[in-house]
Design a protein around this ligand. Structure first.
Ligand SMILES: [Ca+2]
Length: 165
């Protein structure tokens, strides 16, 4: 940059630091600006995998196919195949006759690290949708993982799940 002669010097480390901070913040916003909220189609794009029985039934869009674990620690995982924003989920029950089972949903961040998103999830009694749960808040992720944290044979069935923005 050409500066005319006689221009007063008005430079400081503080100004430079502020300018760098502003540029880094703008860059980070740019980096995440293109990440869209997950649609139902995004959540159903890749069949779920894991060691639940028939894990693909978790997100196949059918309310007549169910998946369930046979012990604590088993999981069912959905890969979005890209980074997305999620903010809420709901799930559909089946044979559950008690509220004793517990599950948690983790999200897998952009680096592949898992974080708890919502814990203490209780499978719905009977063939009904839960309400949408947004208690985990908005996060950016590449996938989600449902894990059984308390196993109960009468409280373990998921007919379907939807994790979206
Ligand atoms: Ca299903």
């Amino acid at each position: 940059m050409k500066v005319p002669k006689g221009t007063p010097i008005s430079w400081s480390w503080e100004d430079l630091a502020a300018e760098i901070d502003a540029k880094i913040a703008a860059h980070n916003q740019d980096e995440y600006a293109h990440i869209l909220g997950a649609t139902l189609a995004d959540f159903q794009a890749n069949p779920a995998t894991g060691d639940f029985s028939y894990p693909q039934y978790l997100n196949d869009g059918s309310l007549s196919t169910i998946t369930d674990p046979t012990s604590v620690g088993q999981y069912c995982e959905v890969d979005f195949g890209k980074l997305v924003k999620i903010s809420r989920f709901r799930h559909y029950g089946y044979f559950n006759s008690t509220t004793d089972g517990r599950f948690k949903l983790e999200y897998k961040d952009s680096l592949g690290v898992y974080h708890d998103w919502v814990t203490g999830i209780i499978p719905v009694l009977g063939k009904y949708w839960s309400g949408f749960d947004s208690s985990g808040g908005e996060v950016i992720c590449q996938g989600v993982k449902l894990t059984c944290t308390t196993y109960n044979v009468n409280s373990k069935y998921f007919t379907e799940m939807e994790v979206i923005y």
